[in-house]
Design a protein around this ligand. Structure first.
Ligand SMILES: [Zn+2]
Length: 286
């Protein structure tokens, strides 16, 4: 019998993932629910309550990853969902403790604990997906910042007066280096399609090279400020990382003074789609 510890819930932009997460970060009884044109707090809470009712007697706590800003265990801001309900946690019908956390922070925690066994003191995961986010560990501890804004690296300006971002600023990192941007500039429907054609198409390779320059600018900035022991690149781009690891590492190294390529400690995330879910389950134990 596996000793199940927590319920992990990942409220994503496209679906809600729910599972029991054991102490080793293994996923059990996973359920993925799509949104039927309804991303309201009411719908999301009804799905969560159904799952919790079924499995709460096997869990010690509930952790929920949210794509937004969390402050004092309340959802302060979300970009794409309307769930800024201060009573969100209270509307989950359970006696178990419920913890909210930013989704990138959850993904980071999953890689940090399950893949890297907490062996680094200062650690970051930058998710490159529809948008860009990050989660940080400093001195072995999760760092969320005073207002929960820590890790919002997607909204660091890398081009002055650049593309308008929905955060209000212009030239944000995620406007140039998110997967959405790569698909847009390469006129591709998916990353699979893009990586299938980029090697045979010189003009597309040029587009990709310029995209990697923007990606390297942002990642180098994050490394420059914090000098992490390890920086993990996650999100859907990470699944294709082996196609461009050395090129990206060289580009990052060239932006950091006095640093040779081998001293740039970056790697790609390994847990894939389940990272957010696993991290949400583990967060309740931090
Ligand atoms: Zn922005």
């Amino acid at each position: 019998m596996v000793n199940i510890i927590n319920i992990g819930i990942d409220i994503g932009g496209r679906h809600i993932g729910m599972a029991l997460i054991d102490e080793k970060g293994k996923v059990h009884n996973k359920v993925i629910v799509d949104y039927p044109n309804d991303k309201s707090a009411k719908y999301i809470l009804s799905q969560i309550n159904d799952y919790v009712k079924k499995y709460e007697d096997r869990a010690k706590a509930i952790g929920i990853g949210v794509p937004g800003i969390i402050k004092n265990n309340k959802i302060a801001y979300t970009c794409n969902l309307s769930i800024e309900d201060p009573y969100f946690v209270k509307k989950i019908h359970t006696n178990l403790p419920v913890y909210l956390a930013n989704d990138a922070l959850c993904a980071m925690l999953a890689e940090y604990k399950v893949i890297d066994d907490c062996k680094y003191e200062n650690y970051a995961l930058v998710t490159i997906g529809t948008g860009i986010g990050a989660g940080f560990i400093f001195n072995g501890k999760i760092y969320e910042g005073r207002n929960g804004y820590s890790g919002e690296v997607g909204h660091m300006v890398i081009k002055k007066d650049g593309i308008q971002c929905n955060c209000g600023r212009k030239g944000c990192f995620e406007k140039y280096a998110s997967v959405s941007r790569l698909l847009e500039i390469s006129k591709s429907k998916s990353l699979g399609e893009f990586f299938g054609k980029v090697e045979k198409d010189a003009s597309l390779a040029k587009v990709f090279d310029s995209y990697l320059d923007d990606l390297a600018d942002g990642i180098a900035n994050v490394i420059m400020i914090n000098d992490f022991d390890m920086l993990v690149i996650g999100g859907s781009l990470a699944w294709f990382g082996k196609n461009f690891y050395y090129v990206l590492r060289a580009k990052i190294a060239s932006r950091l003074f006095n640093r040779n390529e081998k001293d740039v400690r970056i790697k790609f995330a390994k847990l894939g789609n389940d990272a957010g879910l696993i991290g949400a389950g583990l967060i309740a134990d931090c």
